[in-house]
Structures are given as structure tokens and as C-alpha cells.
Design a protein around this ligand. Structure first.
Ligand SMILES: Cc1cc2nc3c(=O)[nH]c(=O)nc-3n(C[C@H](O)[C@H](O)[C@H](O)COP(=O)(O)OP(=O)(O)OC[C@H]3O[C@@H](n4cnc5c(N)ncnc54)[C@H](O)[C@@H]3O)c2cc1C
Length: 542
């Protein structure tokens, strides 16, 4: 009999599958709706450029965004072994220490403060450069510096410094602010997804079964206890029930987890009835509190061949492929967004509230107008949005696309800060240090300058940064979905463990924070003592 069923093999699901099956006495079943991560573009860093266009994803989009001229946003979410960690841009950031201290002190989540979670970030990490108070080098997850940066990246650093933004060699160290190279979830020039890092090395464990192509359609609850899951292995085939002796753990992501709970009758009762689902447990917070980062961008035409755009030409693609296969170097070893930084839209903010991603091409993700020369992109995202959105069901049919509403810019503060961030990105690109590389601004374009013009531009072109969190919020009170121990409130033997439990989005990308949640969640589920809180060398008694 299976002890634990984990639904969803994203970063959190993979970590849990590994950690829970470390003890051979625990029988673990990991179920993933998507396929295996066989596609070569998943493993080659530059393959990311193709990922947001549909490989290994659900093909979802948002509902019209009513505070952004009713625009419908394409909303890539992974459907593959490794989840988002198999298709993301591989940027390894954790956010600011203050983010987790706010979880602890403002959300009341004892045990989730920075000093409590740092040991779990370190336990996950196999850092190829750092081994210190902030970084581990003995974990499963490969974390490395970029292999193929270009001279324009260094010019970007100097440009930022000309504006007073310092260089920072490690955004995950003592200080987050400044510009620099990101570290990446890569090892030996290959993506270190959660599947590669956490599942591949243990594929011979007899007590772990990993099944792909299995869509879980419902958690089965009997007398207030989760006893199993209903699955469909082929569209149209008859559902089967799989039972678990100890627990069901939902790790289906910020969209997938509330969707599955609601399909199971766990969620806001009125909404469930409105789509024809009989409520099993009225839990109003399920699917609420959705937060996401929104990217606005500046695209410039370069003075010459300074980025990777020309590698879209067939003969250069072939050469890049060869270089990668033979030498593990060159453009194909670049994840294209390897440079960036953190700074302030609100100069009085306690920690950076804007994140930059420098893209070594024009419209790597979106497909922008053809330029004569290669282009370069600087994204900026406001990091602590006040707007809150929802995930709801469109119908009782598990195959139906959910209603995803990030509700971008419902709070005008987010819009004001985002436009300030866009102006800052634009300023960086205009600095002297970038003049040898940058010919002209293409987007938004010099002629657009008022806040209204930039708002219209943003409504036309902004995109998700792919960082949704919060829809199964961990916390206290009526609206919380899970307790600080990740237990679904009101149902026994059921937990949620993934990005959806984060009460507030960290001020960064969200893969490393999700892996941390998986690592800490595993100890909680197994009833182990938490790792001792971090003590920094400087604070240690002599
Ligand atoms: C295109 C893209 C780029 C990104 N770039 C970065 C980046 O560079 N750096 C970074 O830190 N973060 C990045 N992120 C965000 C990061 O990858 C996510 O925060 C992270 O993957 C969230 O992990 P998760 O475990 O919560 O869920 P997910 O990664 O969404 O995984 C959930 C898994 O559950 C499966 N599932 C869902 N429902 C069911 C069901 N009913 N039955 C069975 N299986 C189910 C899904 O198929 C999926 O594989 C990016 C995300 C995307 C999509």
C-alpha cells in the first residue's frame, strides 16, 4: 500500500518525492499529468527561448485583465516532469531576507523567517562557486555562474553604476541590491531541473514510483479524511481510484493546486455550486490571494552583432549546436537572461522593489518586429504587488482551462511602481557606457513618454514573469487554506506543498523559494525537527 501520493512533479513535488522516499519504509507515488522531460531543448540552457511558446506546457491564458485595457495574457505553466524547473529561464534567486521575515512576523508563520528557511535553501544547493554562510555545495541542485556572457553585459553593469546602482557579485548573499550576473540552475552546461537534481539520481529506489501522463481529477475525501485520488491516464478513459495510507500531498502549482482542490469540492462553496460541484468542505480562501510579477520591457537595437539574435539564422544555429555539443560553450550554453539586478522604484522601500532581466536578444519570448541589427531587451518587474487575483473553475470538467485572473494593476500603486521601473530600465539603456552597443530604443520608443503613453504601451506589451503564488495561502484565519504545517484546514491527511502556499510573493524569481518550501515541507511531513536556524559567522560567539 502506498503511504504518500504526491500530485504534480514540479519543483516542490520532485523534492518531496526524493526526501519522503529517503526512508525505504515509506512507499511514495508521484503522479504527473505531463510527460517525461526527454526533449533535448529542456536540457540545453538556450532551449528556454522555445519554452514559453508551448513545449511542455498547459496552453493556458488569463481572463481579460480589466485594469489593463482587457488584454488577455498568454500564461505559460509547465506540464512535464520537473514542472516549471524544466522550462524556466534557470535564474536562481531567493528574494530578500525581509520577505521571509514578513512571512514570520506579519503573516504569523512561526518557523518561516529568513534564518529558519536559509538552511533549507542551503540544503538544496550544490553551488559551483560559493560555499559560505549563504550557500551550500553538497545538495542535489546544481547552481552555477553563466557560461556564455557577452561584453554587452559588462557595459550594462557600468551603465547601472553610472546611475548609482552598485555591482553585486551575489544577489543571494548578504545584500540583494545592485546589478550583476545571476546564478543559474545549471551544472556542466546543462539545466539542473528538480527532475534532474532530485529524481534522476534515485530512479532505482524501490519504494518510489513516478508515473507521468496521469491527470489527477479529484482528491477522494471520506469522513473528512483524504484517502486517495481519482486519476485518468488517457483522455476519455474511465477514472480509477488510488489509495494512500498516510497522506495526499497536492503539489500541482499555483494554478493546478487550487484547481484540483476545487474539483474535489474543497473551496468557496458558492463558487463550487455555481459550476455544479457539490461542496465537500467550504474553504473560502482556495484560489484567492493570487499574486504575480508583471514584466515591462525596453527593447533597443544594437550597433552591431552584440547579442544572440543572429543565431536564429540556420548556419549559425548549426554552429552554436556543434560548439555546445563539443565544447559545452557558446550561445546554446546561454539561458539568454543571465544578467540583471535589483533596485528601487520607491526610494524609501526597505528592500529592492524592482528586478531587471537583461535579455541577450530582442523579443526572446514574445516575437517582436524584425530589426536590422540584433537587439537587446531589459525587463523590469515590480516585485511587491498589492493587487490580488483569483483562480476559479470555468466548469466541473477537469479538462477545462481554469479562469486565471492575476488582476494585474487592480491596485494603482502597482501600476505607478511598474512605470517607474520601466523608466529606470530606459535610463540604464541610455547611459554612456552602453553607447558603443546601443543604437536606438525601439520599444517603448522615444516618442512615448507620459505615464498615460507608457500605460498604453504596457497594456499592449507587458507579460507575466511567470511567478504566480499564493492561491493556497499558508496562514491563520478563515481565508487561510493551509496551516504553517501545510495541512489543508478542515481535512485530515491532506496537504498542499508548492508555490501556492506562499502568503506573499518573494522579491525575486520563484523556483528556488519553491524548492525551499519542498525541502522544509518534507521535514514537516516526516515530523522531523527543523534544521537549526542560520547563524552568521559575524554573529557567532568568539
Ligand atoms: C516559462 C517560465 C519561466 C520561469 N522562469 C523562472 C526562472 O528563471 N527562475 C525562477 O526562479 N523561476 C522561474 N519560473 C517560476 C518557477 O519555475 C515556478 O515558481 C515553479 O516551477 C513553481 O513550482 P511548483 O512546484 O509550485 O509548480 P509547477 O512548476 O507549476 O509544477 C506543478 C506540476 O504539477 C502538474 N500538475 C498540475 N495539475 C496536475 C494534476 N491535476 N494531476 C497531475 N499533475 C498535475 C503540472 O503538470 C506541473 O508539472 C518560471 C516559470 C515559467 C513557467
Amino acid at each position: 500500500m502506498t503511504d504518500f501520493i504526491i500530485v504534480g512533479a514540479g519543483p516542490a513535488g520532485c523534492v518531496l518525492a526524493n526526501r519522503l522516499s529517503e526512508d525505504p519504509a515509506n512507499k511514495v507515488l508521484l503522479l504527473e499529468a505531463g510527460g517525461k522531460d526527454w526533449h533535448p531543448l529542456i536540457h540545453m540552457p538556450a532551449g528556454f527561448a522555445k519554452m514559453t511558446k508551448g513545449i511542455a506546457s498547459w496552453g493556458w491564458s488569463t481572463v481579460p485583465q480589466k485594469h489593463m485595457n482587457d488584454r488577455v495574457f498568454w500564461y505559460t505553466q509547465a506540464k512535464v516532469l520537473g514542472g516549471g524547473s524544466s522550462i524556466n529561464a534557470q535564474i536562481y534567486t531567493r528574494g530578500n531576507a525581509r520577505d521571509y521575515d514578513a512571512w514570520e512576523h506579519e503573516e504569523g508563520l512561526a518557523g518561516w523567517g529568513y534564518r529558519d528557511v536559509l538552511p533549507y535553501f542551503k540544503r538544496a544547493e550544490d553551488n559551483q562557486r560559493f560555499s559560505n554562510d549563504y550557500h551550500g555545495d553538497a545538495g542535489p541542485l546544481g547552481v552555477s555562474n553563466p557560461i556564455a556572457p557577452l561584453p554587452i553585459c559588462e557595459a550594462y553593469f557600468r551603465a547601472a553604476q553610472q546611475l548609482g546602482i552598485p555591482f553585486n557579485p551575489d544577489f543571494n548573499g548578504a545584500s540583494q541590491e545592485g546589478v550583476g550576473y545571476y546564478q543559474l540552475t545549471q551544472k556542466d552546461a546543462r539545466r539542473s531541473s528538480a527532475s534532474v537534481a532530485y529524481l534522476k539520481p534515485i530512479r532505482d529506489r524501490k519504494n518510489l514510483t513516478v508515473k507521468t501522463g496521469i491527470m489527477v481529477t479529484r482528491v477522494v475525501v471520506e469522513n473528512g479524511r483524504a484517502v486517495g485520488v481519482e486519476i485518468v491516464d488517457k483522455p476519455g478513459s474511465r477514472p480509477q481510484i488510488l489509495h494512500a495510507e498516510r497522506e495526499i500531498i497536492v503539489s500541482s502549482g499555483t494554478i493546478g493546486s487550487p484547481k484540483l482542490l476545487m474539483q474535489s469540492g474543497i473551496g468557496p462553496a458558492d463558487h463550487l455550486k455555481s459550476v455544479g460541484i457539490a461542496p465537500v468542505h467550504d474553504l473560502p480562501g482556495v484560489g484567492s490571494n493570487m499574486q504575480d510579477h508583471l514584466d515591462l520591457f525596453v527593447i533597443c537595437e544594437c550597433t552591431g552583432d552584440h547579442t544572440y539574435d543572429n543565431y536564429a539564422k540556420l548556419h549559425r544555429t548549426a554552429w552554436a549546436g556543434l560548439q555546445y555539443l563539443l565544447l559545452k560553450k557558446g550561445p546554446a550554453a546561454s539561458s539568454l537572461f543571465e544578467t540583471g539586478g535589483f533596485w528601487y522604484a520607491d526610494p524609501t522601500a526597505a528592500s529592492p522593489d524592482i528586478q531587471f532581466h537583461l535579455g541577450l536578444g530582442s523579443g526572446i519570448e514574445a516575437g517582436v518586429e524584425k530589426l536590422n541589427n540584433p537587439g537587446v531587451t531589459l525587463n523590469s518587474a515590480y516585485l511587491r504587488p498589492r493587487s490580488r487575483g483569483t483562480v476559479r473553475l470555468a466548469s466541473a470538467d477537469p479538462a477545462a482551462m481554469p479562469l486565471i485572473d492575476p488582476n494585474y494593476w487592480a491596485d494603482p500603486h502597482d501600476k505607478a511602481m511598474a512605470i517607474k521601473g520601466l523608466r529606470l530600465a530606459r535610463e540604464i539603456m541610455r547611459q554612456q557606457a552602453l553607447k558603443p552597443y546601443v543604437l536606438r530604443e525601439v520599444l517603448p520608443g522615444e516618442r512615448l513618454d507620459t505615464d498615460d503613453e507608457l500605460f498604453d504601451y504596457a497594456c499592449r506589451s507587458a507579460k507575466t514573469d511567470h511567478h504566480p503564488v499564493g492561491t493556497c495561502r499558508m496562514g491563520h484565519g478563515e481565508d487561510a487554506v493551509v496551516t504553517p504545517e501545510l495541512k489543508v484546514r478542515g481535512i485530515d491527511a491532506l496537504r498542499v506543498c508548492d508555490a501556492s502556499v506562499m502568503p506573499r510573493v518573494p522579491s525575486s524569481n520563484t523556483n528556488a523559494p519553491t524548492i525551499m518550501v519542498g525541502e522544509k515541507g518534507a521535514d514537516i511531513i516526516l515530523g522531523r525537527e527543523p534544521l537549526p536556524p542560520a547563524v552568521f559567522s559575524g554573529n557567532r560567539a568568539a
